[in-house]
Design a protein around this ligand. Structure first.
Ligand code: UD1
Length: 418
């Protein structure tokens, strides 16, 4: 099995290009099922989860093509199956996002239940309730969500809890429903806005994406379109934290600073000087040690749970004590035990972690437990004395494009073995 080896000590310096967002491209790939023609997507990151979604679309009968670097085409007109099998869904929870499009387009869908995952039980009840509001009949049998509707009907749906995936499923389904749908307490993530922009390019009638109230006027059909995927704010944030932890100066390009307010504010609190210029952000730490920051994860525009592990790594070497509250997922401190192996001082009580910064971590073999946890271990390795070897890096390849090449380009001593 492949591992990543990091030699700590080098401050990062230079420029790095940010890829398209994993969390935008996955729902958008699922949304292609709604179109009656070829969908061309640009700025598609080369990631394992993108590959899995492409396999799922192909399994349903769509023709997925490689249009050159960063370009993926999907011809959904050949879809002839409406079943998302367990083998694919179990490896990637986002597969559940084919439910809404299949149901809206074909009146029928069967999607395997995703099951648990490392960061918590992550149920799909909100997706099911939302689609039921649009008139779907849904049962859970033999490990599958089985959904039917001759024609979905527009309706007002109020989500109990803000959910990114459930908002996306209902939004996609509503585009082809009869009449007006109003989605209240909708997730406001930039990836929802990007999905809505792609759907609008297909001919959907959507207003309010990016606010808590999305209004969709159903249309009879959606057509071919082209769309460029929004920049990955989590990848961008991860490189900025790496620069801050190593005391370096890094410019990220092709980013979307306007989607990153909460993270940029915390980096300023940590003592970073930031300069945003169009799609570029320069972080200069001027060789200083970062200051500890307190973090509470929240739905957008609050601080993203997908950046929690990276800021935990920053607090491990920062000056002072930082308190981290995880409010989105029940079990998202799996990286703590691994960071302790590197010499961190962290105490966990329920959903709260208290991190006392130490002047220096020390390299050790560690194990990645989930996607963002893997990133936090690389960040810690960059500032640890000696060598850190990170095992189970397949998690990393699900969500970071060429991370070791990108970090090497900034002067990090990092390589992949095995
Ligand atoms: C998405 C992101 C993930 C991010 C998360 C929160 C993608 C592909 N993944 O995941 O990277 O960490 O948003 O920003 O975009 N919940 C229920 N019932 C449901 C659905 C969710 O109780 O039916 C709960 C979850 O357990 C969690 C909370 O709602 O506690 C928010 O989860 P949600 O926003 O749905 O996350 P995902 O869409 O799965």
């Amino acid at each position: 099995m492949q591992k990543i080896v990091v030699e700590g000590g080098a401050p990062l310096n230079g420029e790095v290009r940010i890829s398209g967002a994993k969390n935008a491209v996955l729902p958008i790939l699922c949304a292609t099922l709604l179109a009656d023609g070829l969908v061309t997507l640009r700025n598609v990151p080369h990631l394992h989860d993108v590959h899995t979604t492409a396999r799922l679309l192909a399994e349903l009968g769509a023709r997925v093509g490689d249009g050159g670097p960063g370009v993926v085409t999907v011809d959904p007109t050949t879809v002839n199956s409406h079943v998302a099998p367990y083998e694919l869904v179990k490896t990637m929870r986002a597969s559940v996002l084919v439910l809404g499009p299949l149901l809206a387009k074909y009146g029928h869908a069967e999607v395997s239940l995703p099951g648990g995952c490392a960061i918590g039980s992550r149920p799909v009840d909100l997706h099911i309730k939302g689609l039921q509001s649009l008139g779907a009949q849904i049962s859970v049998e033999n490990g599958f969500i089985k959904a039917r509707a001759d024609k979905l009907r527009g309706a007002r749906h109020v989500f109990d809890i803000v959910s990114v995936g459930a908002t996306e499923n209902v939004l996609m389904a509503a585009t082809l429903a009869q009449g007006r749908s109003v989605i209240e307490n909708a997730a406001m993530e930039p990836e929802i806005v990007d999905l809505a922009e792609c759907l609008i390019a297909m001919g959907a009638n959507i207003t309010g994406a990016g606010t808590g109230r999305i209004v969709v006027e159903g249309v009879d059909r959606l057509h071919a379109c082209e769309h460029s995927v929004v920049a990955d704010r989590i990848e961008a944030g991860t490189f900025l934290v790496a620069a801050a932890m190593t005391g370096g100066r890094v410019t990220i390009t092709h980013a979307r600073p306007d989607t990153m307010d909460a993270v940029l504010d915390k980096l300023r609190d940590a003592g970073a000087e930031l300069d945003c210029d169009g799609d570029r952000i320069t972080l200069d730490m001027k060789g200083r040690r970062p200051k500890s920051v307190d973090i509470t994860t929240m739905p957008h525009p609050g601080f993203p749970t997908d950046m929690q592990a990276q800021f935990m790594a920053l607090n491990c070497v920062a000056d002072g004590v930082g308190v981290i509250n995880e409010t989105i997922f029940e079990n998202r401190f799996m990286h703590v035990n691994e960071l302790l192996r590197l010499g961190a001082d962290i105490r966990v009580d329920g959903h709260t972690a208290v991190v006392r910064g130490v002047p220096r971590l020390s390299g050790a073999p560690v194990m990645a437990t989930d996607l963002r946890a893997s990133a936090s271990l690389i960040l810690a390795g960059l500032v640890a004395n000696g060598t850190t070897t990170i095992d189970r890096i397949y998690h990393l390849d699900r969500g970071y494009e060429n991370i070791e090449q990108k970090l090497s380009g900034l002067g990090a001593k990092i390589s992949r073995i095995g």
